[in-house]
Design a protein around this ligand. Structure first.
Ligand code: SAM
Length: 513
């Protein structure tokens, strides 16, 4: 497959693997509302923040929306948007790789971009996500007036590149009919079935029974136009006519048409790739909304409208699904996710994580009424926790940092062994069972026994506890069991007979690359 080449490509392809796994440390003074929603706001470089999330969320995110700096050669109030072209590609590549790992099998990623880097982005996304997983290039009408100072053509649209983690597993949602679309159904003849639209009774597809003559109310006779066929046979036509479903126009002198009633049509429309500003807002709508939220403040310069994110979330997620935005900006994605009953993780490197994102989400939780609030019936609720990047889980020499909590090490061990985030936080030494393999961790006195030769050592009694949990989780399990512990007191023969692979903490705990 053809690929894009740039100066530092070979090195950049290793960046994600080399990034350290860091801990996330909570700042409770910046969190707000219900702390147990699982919603996270993280301040930090998204390369390391995404890596920190991997052991806990790999394969768990249903929808990723990102709006990275477009490389427009501008210096915005809150961030610089001027990287040398190769540096921009070097910045995006590893982040896209990590984002892909976080997506669920049926998940999708939506990336806002413009013509500065959009076509290069398409090529690298084809490589990272697989060309077969490309879904669409949505065109969003970001403004509706021409910029008279544009050098050549005034740019009024952005792209949204959409990929599925596995496009064949992706089920795209649909859209409800808008009020404008509903208003195009009328009821000029007072039909008791309500508003209707006249549809062509003929079609171009050959239909041998669709070539009969129809007589109108004034005696006019109609055949289907040349190379077209009625969409029904004579019997169906007679039934429709008797049922009042055929119209010859209000005066009864036109060609026969079929009445399509609004109340009988499905309210689930397939979305198109053209998103006009009347449906999903414009840049101006986004800025106006933000100014109303933070009166008198220096507002964030490049927000997206909530309506745009509402469209993405309605197509890509269901209530309760997890949404991730790793270039959070002013917090639009998180605000929309909160209002639409989705869970969210937002990452932002700038100070505006504190000055804009957290206060915006606080207002949302208090029932703020801008953006999409009225259309989704938002009245407030929910909450989030605020995090920053903490120390690395593994040192430069690959050694496990001392004092790591059981739950953190458990996630890393499971992720290193299985390559997915755990289904649930473990409530004992058994971390889980997957695809015929079980993994257990004896660490930090998980069994309540912190003596040197106590609960962190694999003995007959600690093994019995693991086996008991395994029996409950997977009755009849006869696969291999990997146990991490400080030491094994079992003989090699017993380990072999029990089909156990013993690994020693901390030395055998390796970061997954
Ligand atoms: C175009 S803005 C996003 C705007 C956002 N969609 C909104 O509606 O407000 C891009 C954001 O990405 C942030 N950013 C850039 N590089 C980053 C990085 N390495 N890690 C985290 N955030 C980053 C910038 O600070 C900026 O706030």
């Amino acid at each position: 497959m053809p690929t894009l080449s740039w100066l530092t490509r070979d090195e950049d392809l290793k960046t994600a693997g080399r990034a350290p796994y860091r801990l996330l440390t909570e700042d409770p003074s910046l969190g707000y509302g219900d702390p147990d929603t699982g919603n996270m706001l993280i301040q930090g470089d998204n390369l390391e923040a995404l890596k920190a999330l991997l052991p806990f969320y790999a394969g768990r995110v249903k929808c990723i929306y990102i709006d990275p700096p477009y490389n427009t050669r501008s210096a915005f109030e809150h961030y610089d948007d001027n990287l040398e072209h190769s540096r921009w590609l070097a910045m995006m590549w590893p982040r896209l790789e990590l984002l892909r790992e976080l997506l669920s099998e049926d998940g999708s990623i939506w990336v806002s971009i413009d013509d500065n880097e959009g076509h290069y982005l398409k090529v690298i996304m084809d490589e990272v996500f697989g060309r077969a997983n490309f879904v669409a290039n949505v065109v969003w009408q970001k403004s509706y007036t021409a910029n008279q100072t544009a050098k050549h053509l005034s740019d009024t649209h952005d792209h949204l590149l959409v990929y599925g983690r596995a496009a064949d597993r992706l089920s795209m949602g649909s859209l409800s009919r808008t009020e404008d679309q509903k208003a195009s159904f009328k009821n000029p003849d007072g039909d008791p079935r309500g508003p209707w639209k006249a549809e062509n009774l003929s079609a171009g597809k050959f239909y041998s029974d669709g070539q009969f003559e129809i007589e109108g109310p004034n005696g006019d006779r109609f055949l289907p136009p040349t190379n077209r066929y009625w969409r029904c046979n004579r019997a169906t036509y007679d039934r429709w006519l008797a049922d009042g479903r055929i119209t010859f126009g209000l005066k009864g002198t036109g060609r026969p048409m079929l009445k399509k009633y609004l109340e009988e049509m499905e309210d689930a429309l397939t979305a198109t790739t053209w998103w006009p500003h009347q449906e999903v807002g414009s840049n101006k709508v986004a800025s106006t909304n933000l100014k109303a939220l933070f009166p008198g403040m220096e507002v964030f310069g490049t927000p997206k409208p909530e309506q745009l994110l509402e469209r993405v979330a309605s197509l890509a997620t269901n209530p309760g699904d997890l949404v991730l935005d790793s270039f959070l900006g002013s917090g639009t994605t998180a605000a929309v996710a909160q209002k639409m009953g989705r869970r969210y993780i937002g990452i932002e490197v700038g100070d505006h994580a504190v000055t804009h994102c957290a206060p915006r989400l606080q207002k949302v939780i208090d029932g703020e009424q801008g953006g999409i609030s009225k259309s989704v019936g938002w009245t407030g609720g929910g909450g989030f926790r605020f995090y920053r990047l903490g120390e690395a889980v593994f040192g430069d020499d690959g050694a496990l940092t001392s004092g790591i909590a059981f739950s953190t090490l458990a996630a890393h061990v499971w992720f290193a062994e299985i390559g997915h985030a755990p289904d649930r936080a473990p409530d004992g030494p058994l971390l889980g069972v997957r695809e015929g393999r079980a993994v257990a961790l004896l660490y930090n006195g998980v069994l309540g026994d912190k003596r040197p030769a106590g609960g962190n050592v694999l003995t007959r009694s600690t093994l019995a506890i693991i086996r008991e949990a395994l029996n409950r989780a997977a009755p009849g399990f006869d696969g291999r069991l990997t146990v991490y512990g400080e030491r094994s007191a079992l003989s090699p023969a017993t380990l072999a007979a029990e089909r156990i692979d013993f690994k020693q903490t901390p030395y055998d705990v390796k970061a997954r690359r």
